[in-house]
Design a protein around this ligand. Structure first.
Ligand code: ADQ
Length: 512
């Protein structure tokens, strides 16, 4: 007699994203070392026990030889990851070109840099062709690994062409697509030469998700205005077929942050930071060094605050932690120099022989963090690690009095969630851009600001620093409840179960 299997069969979830959640470094002709990176999406899906998730994506390295590809595929397989191999030329036009130079700024309402405008207009078609080709390559890998009943969840602006490629070959496949950035007003989207192709492709999915109701509404109105389709409360209808469109606000694995605060190692970091900044209020910014994050605006607002309220000069410090991204792109290099220049000027203007008002730290490595704390701080992975060690990040969040998030646009912004999760003792204040998706969920507890108005942000800094403990408690409590109940796991489970339901409902409709 057969032994009953104790574990119920779990549905397979194929998560398709541009990048795999691992970084691969080649060690030899057929050997690779892999490191899991813990981004929001990774922790969201790692926490989901209901599904058996596999990842499909680009490993971020060019592997032209078959031996290398085979070895990497095998190594990744042990981490439930499946690589899509893209060559340098396609990466250049698809990833650097169409994704990062066209879609990313457009979706965040940022125009192209003046000098790039004409060049981009000319190369647009070739970049879009590469984008479609790359999406087709992702689709090929999905098809190779797909088994009947799997759920395929496509992520982000890199893969807007994927739902169409998947459905064309298998209309029964359950396909969901989720956008991590804002979806802009239809007036912005309609300036894209490939506007209709992208919308039609996304509509091939069964379920389309956004962080906020506003982004979902923008998408539906782009479909009605540009494609002339009918928008319904459920989504978009085209010749009797409904694509469901809805908001699924992401969250974080809040328990992971809360548990980390108990660790002796984190407590040690907290004590060292407290000692280092004794007598001063700590303000914190944690961002990728990207134009959407409004870092220059934040620093200029801090300068305005010091100017307007000089008695605070030696009583407050701003720690701005920035991870450099897309460092080979001139626009990003310009942003880095601009930030350095502003910080240098402000520190020259308001600093003393013993203290400066701003610590701007790029790409925290062991050495950098040691410098910040002036003590025996460590970043586990040493100098190779480009981001701040998780435990050090938790300690920084916990000692902060005021967090400053001044994104010019941001799909959600998880940093604001992480800060709230680490503040249950201190009850610090969150100053949050009204242009971050998070403003819709944390708006009642945060002080909302327009990051372009530096006088308003400066006044909010003062308001935050002088807020009564009762008011801080009330605001924190509101946000803490939200962050701990709307978690990343819940987000992923809700999306996938809605996708399952949507497909069942569609089947029932066609049978009727
Ligand atoms: P990002 O633009 O990367 O994400 P965000 O949501 O804030 O922005 O997530 C950043 C993550 O990186 C956080 O988990 C944070 O802890 C980590 N991080 C940032 N700086 C770091 C540093 N110096 N060291 C270590 N870790 C650091 C995109 C969209 C967002 C959307 C997310 C998820 O742009 O709007 O919220 O995807 O959908």
């Amino acid at each position: 007699c057969e032994k009953p299997d104790a574990r119920p069969l779990r549905q397979r979830l194929l998560v398709v994203a541009n990048r795999l959640p691992v970084s691969a470094v080649r060690k030899g002709e057929d050997s690779w070392s892999l490191e899991m990176s813990a981004g929001g999406l990774v922790s969201a899906l790692l926490g989901v026990k209901e599904f058996e998730a596999r990842w499909i994506g680009w490993a971020g390295v060019n592997v032209p030889d078959e031996v290398g590809q085979k070895a990497l595929t095998k190594a990744l397989g042990e981490k439930r990851c499946i690589p899509v191999f893209l060559d340098e030329e396609i990466v250049h036009r698809y990833y650097n070109g169409y994704c990062n130079n066209i879609l990313w700024p457009l979706f965040h309402y940022l125009g192209l840099p003046q000098e790039d405008r004409l060049a981009t207009t000319r190369s647009f078609q070739s970049q879009f062709e590469a984008y479609k080709k790359a999406n087709q390559m992702f689709a090929d890998v999905v098809h190779q690994h797909y088994e009947e009943g799997d759920v395929v969840w496509c992520h982000d602006y890199h893969l807007m062409f994927l739902p169409k490629c998947l459905k064309e070959r298998n209309n029964n496949m359950k396909v969901g697509w989720f956008l991590h950035t804002p979806f802009p007003s239809s007036e912005i989207h309609r300036t894209l030469p490939s506007r209709s192709d992208l919308l039609r492709s996304v509509l091939a999915a069964d379920l389309v998700g956004f962080h906020t109701y506003d982004y979902a509404r923008h998408f539906v109105s782009a479909c009605t205005r540009i494609l002339g389709l009918e928008g319904t409360p459920e989504g978009v209808e085209d010749q009797g077929r409904l694509t469901r469109v809805a908001a699924f606000p992401i969250g974080i694995d809040s328990d992971r942050f809360i548990r980390a605060l108990e660790l002796p190692k984190v407590q040690g970091h907290i004590n060292e930071l407290k000692e280092r900044f004794a007598g001063r209020k700590v303000m914190l910014g944690v961002d990728r060094l990207d134009m959407i994050k409004g870092i220059p605006q934040k620093i200029l607002a801090f300068e305005k605050f010091l100017e307007e309220y000089p008695s605070w000069c030696d009583k407050v410090v701003l720690l701005q932690i920035a991870v450099p991204t897309r460092t080979d792109v001139p626009e990003y290099q310009k942003l880095t120099s601009q930030v350095h220049e502003i910080v240098g000027r402000i520190n020259g203007r308001f600093g003393t022989l013993t203290a400066v008002p701003i610590h701007h730290l790029m790409c925290i490595s062991a050495g950098n963090f040691k410098r910040l704390a002036g003590l025996r701080f460590i970043a586990e992975k040493g100098g190779r690690d480009r981001s701040l060690d998780f435990f050090a990040l938790c300690a920084l969040y916990a000692v902060t009095d005021v967090a400053l998030v001044t994104s010019l646009r941001d799909g959600m912004n998880l940093v604001s969630y992480e800060f709230v999760a680490c503040q249950d003792l201190k009850k610090g204040v969150l100053i949050l851009s009204e242009f971050a998706g998070a403003a819709q969920s944390l708006g009642a507890g945060a002080i909302l600001v327009n990051p372009w108005n530096i006088t308003e942000v400066a006044d909010s800094i003062r308001q935050a620093l002088t807020m009564t403990p009762e008011e801080r408690e009330k605001r924190h409590q509101h946000n803490f409840v939200h962050v701990t109940t709307h978690t990343a796991q819940e987000w992923a489970e809700t999306f996938v179960s809605e996708l399952n339901d949507t497909v069942i409902e569609a089947q029932l409709r066609t049978r009727q």
